[in-house]
Ligand binder design. Structure first.
Ligand code: HEC
Length: 118
């Protein structure tokens, strides 16, 4: 199963060199703008770990105490919902405890590409 996943991923990277490039740039954005509060290795800090966040239901990472607003948002994190949330978290989830905004669309797209690889 993992082997198939790796092959599919390699296929995608070969077909889409731009995607790999975006993910690399997204890692830089993550380090600069997100890593003060978030990890991608499963550990919760000020914010929940973002390991595997793409495809997961909002407010459900094990062991993190979310705001009621996030728990009840009913959102599922995919590229579209993440792009919108990161632009202005409080617009999308009024009452969320995350205040950081990422106004630059390219930064948002790159960081979402990066998160999709984790
Ligand atoms: C100053 C701290 C801080 C920074 C910086 C920050 N966040 Fe957050 N983030 C939080 C907190 C706190 C929450 C939990 C929000 C809640 O419960 O309402 C959160 C929640 C999230 C969630 C929802 C996760 C889930 O499990 O539902 C995502 C996605 C997210 N942040 C992405 C990012 C990204 C990407 C960046 C960088 C561009 C970032 N955050 C920067 C504090 C931060």
């Amino acid at each position: 199963m993992q082997k198939i996943g790796t092959l599919v991923l390699l296929g995608l990277l070969a077909a889409e060199p731009l995607l790999a490039q975006d993910a690399a740039e997204g890692e830089t954005v993550f380090q600069r703008r997100c890593s003060a509060c978030h990890t991608i290795d499963g550990a919760n800090r000020v914010g929940p770990s973002l390991q595997g966040v793409v495809g997961r239901d909002a407010g459900t990472f094990d062991g993190f105490r979310y705001s009621g607003a996030m728990e009840e948002s009913g959102l599922m994190w995919d590229a579209e919902t993440l792009m919108k949330y990161l632009e202005n978290p409080r617009d999308m989830v009024p009452g969320t405890r995350m205040v950081l905004r990422l106004p630059d669309e390219e930064d948002r797209r790159n960081v979402v590409e990066f998160l999709a690889t984790r």
